[in-house]
Write a protein that binds this ligand. Structure first.
Ligand code: HAM
Length: 415
């Protein structure tokens, strides 16, 4: 027999039974983003490698070690897209969208690729839903993007914590960078080897380090938020005032750094307490220099992306989403308890959800309870066998007790 071929590490199949949840999520995104005037844009799965090298940044982990890059056979280097913002900016320039009414509001949903160490919630092919608003510096756009993410999570009943900061303008950041590099050099003995090696390359990433030694150093490090200009601060305050007006809870986190180099001013991250180590469900921010860096006209932009798999993981754990009850077995007399248990077990073994009366309630109380559970069928076991009631239509049908599981499994309305 030949050796079995498996899907590559860090990838997954989306099985038919998993499609409904993903469809629901896509529909919610379409409805919520569409209602705010965002239109769907689909860009290619692979792009010129240069787009990400320049767009995402040579110093980032994504570009240094996580991209699937290959020669397309014609001497051109192409890369499976690791993120969606640079491609959307490329398309904006390529299709002359700066001539349209600004901001141009676009959204996307599709697969992305990063060669990361696979674990729960972290894959090498994953799906993102995201949106980008290009062509406006107005802090209202930052607020709108954040409120739309919050609305999407709310619709999917994903509980999140929102962290927010400002990285200021590139000039403020350049000055701060020098200060941080000097600080890190002075404390290099206490830093992890990885952070030490990258002091020059990407000093801000030290805030993200997982090792205790580096974290202790970083607790004392100068903060970029303290170095932003008054204009940057005013922008930040306007964004947060709008979030407050909408009743959205947020926390300022001066240590928030993102894994992409294009951000200016607003950066944010939504985290779910229901996820483990990979708690970031969505994130984004403003990137006022990116379109220009990709050869387009100077164009401000702001956007977000959220991981579909992480959203589904976080949503699945909501305690307030009980499973459907296909059958509730009620007992006209307590002596039918064993019969009731047998029927409920049989129905569950066949893959449906079934519950049996366990609290000695009156028959009226049992029917009320079944109603509360939104049971699709109720079987009442009595002296004459069973009455099977379809709770949707109200129709009732008498049958032998033993016939109940088959009738429920057929899902037919009793005649
Ligand atoms: P990001 O934070 O790199 O941002 O990714 C956004 C989301 O994608 C994360 O919060 C996470 O849910 C999901 N994600 C990222 N990597 C993986 C992975 N390996 N496995 C599973 N899920 C993952 C961006 O990509 C930016 N383009 C967001 C943005 C849009 N900024 C401005 N506009």
């Amino acid at each position: 027999m030949s050796e079995r071929i498996q899907a590559p590490r860090g990838t997954f199949d989306v099985l038919p039974q998993e499609e409904a949840a993903r469809d629901g999520l896509a529909r919610a995104a379409q409805r919520i983003l569409g209602a705010a005037g965002y239109q769907r844009l689909e860009t290619p799965i692979f792009e010129a490698t240069e787009l990400f090298a320049r767009g995402v940044g040579e110093a980032t982990d994504i570009v240094r070690k996580e991209m699937y890059t290959f020669d397309d056979g014609g001497g051109r280097s192409v890369t499976l897209r690791p993120e969606g913002t640079a491609p959307v900016c490329r398309a904006y320039v390529e299709h002359g969208m700066h001539k349209l009414a600004q901001p141009v509001k676009l959204w996307y949903l599709g697969p992305f690729f990063r060669r990361e160490a696979p674990q729960k919630g972290r894959y090498r092919q994953f799906f993102q839903v995201g949106a980008e608003a290009l062509g406006s510096e107005d802090p209202a756009v930052d607020a709108e993007i954040i409120l739309l993410v919050a609305e999407l999570f709310e619709a999917l009943r994903i509980h999140t914590r929102l962290r927010l900061s400002s990285l200021g303008s590139p000039e403020a950041r350049a000055a701060y960078r020098e200060q941080l590099v000097a600080f890190l050099r002075a404390h290099s003995d206490a830093l992890s080897a990885d952070v030490r090696e990258r002091i020059e390359l990407n000093p801000l990433r030290a805030f993200d380090a997982k090792d205790r030694g580096t974290q202790a150093v970083m607790a004392e490090a100068p903060r970029l938020f303290g170095a932003i200009t008054p204009e940057d601060r005013e922008h930040f305050d306007t964004v947060t005032a709008m979030l407050d007006d909408a009743g959205l809870t947020w926390e300022r986190d001066e240590t928030l750094v993102r894994g992409l180099d294009y951000y200016t001013r607003t950066v944010f991250e939504f985290e779910s307490p229901d996820l483990g180590a990979q708690s970031g469900v969505g994130g984004g921010g403003r990137y006022d220099g990116l379109v220009e860096a990709l050869g387009g006209p100077a164009t401000p932009g702001v956007g977000f992306a959220a991981g579909i798999e992480r959203m589904l993981l976080a949503a699945a754990q909501q305690p307030d989403a009980p499973p459907d009850v296909d059958l509730y077995v009620a007992l006209a007399k307590p002596q039918y308890a064993r019969e009731g248990m047998r029927i409920a077990t049989e129905v569950r073994q066949a893959g449906l959800n079934a519950q049996v009366e366990l609290a000695g309630r009156s028959l009226k109380g049992q029917l009320k309870h079944a109603d509360r559970l939104h049971a699709r069928y109720v079987a009442i076991l009595g002296d004459e066998g069973a009455q099977l009631k379809d709770m949707d239509s109200g129709e009732q049908h008498e049958m032998e007790t033993g016939a109940v599981p088959a009738a429920v499994l057929r899902g037919e309305r009793p005649v």
